[in-house]
Design a protein around this ligand. Structure first.
Ligand code: SAH
Length: 243
């Protein structure tokens, strides 16, 4: 499990967030993947307000209670919305530039990797939003991921996490799936960000369907509940430790 932080010189998304915060606009933030054509992330989307958020994210923010950890918080949009709701949020991100922006926006933000065990705080709710399962990286990382979530949760606490099921990319017109079972799991992607000609390190990013997530949750002593489904194969799940 990678426990490192990004270097500010190779932090493309952080640089875009930093520019947008300072100037109200940013250059194009490009996402490369070996599986797809290049894509773009509109930087203003990373600064979305509560009203602009997808329904699943709004539900997650409303469900979140107690002391809340916003994992991979980016510009801090969810932490800020939580503060506005009178809730207590701590944000962590491996991007030093994003953390700098969050601090300036009044967020209690720390430049911490989720998997760094020297961060020993406890939380009633852990939020992982905007395809939060991405940070799990691969299916092989599931047990390390659940072990880490268990460490971070207060007794009775829960994890709220969203993802898309990428099955629609492989679905035939009759609904059957065109997936080669000998291949890797279909939701496993490799990404690399680029901003102003600077590329970050490539990283694994996992999209996982709810059944597969629930299977790994059970294997690791958690229960998974489907809280809500979005309009396009996306869902919000709540996971908690079995007693
Ligand atoms: N949640 C935000 C940002 C999503 S982008 C939003 O919804 O707008 C994913 C973020 O996760 C990036 O800012 C990235 O730097 C951060 N990240 C990736 N791996 C991480 C890890 N292991 N620990 C903490 N943050 C991580």
């Amino acid at each position: 499990m990678d426990k490192s932080l990004l270097n500010a010189g190779a932090d493309p998304m952080g640089a875009a967030i930093y520019d947008y915060y300072l100037k109200g606009e940013a250059d194009t933030l490009i996402v490369h993947s070996s599986m797809f054509e290049d894509d773009e992330i509109p930087t203003e989307d990373l600064f979305r307000s509560f009203d602009d958020m997808p329904e699943l994210e709004k539900i997650a923010l409303e469900e979140a209670q107690g002391r809340i950890l916003d994992v991979g918080a980016g510009s801090g949009c969810h932490s800020i919305a939580l503060q506005t709701m009178g809730k207590e949020a701590v944000a962590i991100d491996i991007s030093p530039l994003s953390v700098e922006v969050m601090k300036r926006r009044g967020v209690d933000a720390r430049n911490v990797n989720l998997y760094d065990e020297s961060f020993t705080d406890k939380f009633d709710t852990i939020l992982m939003l905007m395809n939060g399962t991405g940070i799990i990286g691969t299916l092989e990382n599931m047990s390390a991921f659940f072990a880490r979530i268990r460490q971070l949760l207060s007794p009775g606490g829960s994890l709220l996490i969203d993802s898309s099921d990428l099955r629609y990319l492989f679905e035939e017109e009759d609904g059957s799936l065109m997936i080669d079972l000998a291949d890797d799991y279909y939701g496993l992607l490799d990404y690399q960000m680029e901003y102003k000609g600077v590329k970050g390190e490539p990283f694994d990013w996992l999209y996982v369907d709810f059944e597969t997530l629930a299977f790994y949750a059970e294997e690791n002593g958690f229960s998974a509940e489907l809280i809500a489904e979005g309009e396009h194969y996306d869902y919000l799940a709540k996971l908690y430790v079995n007693i």
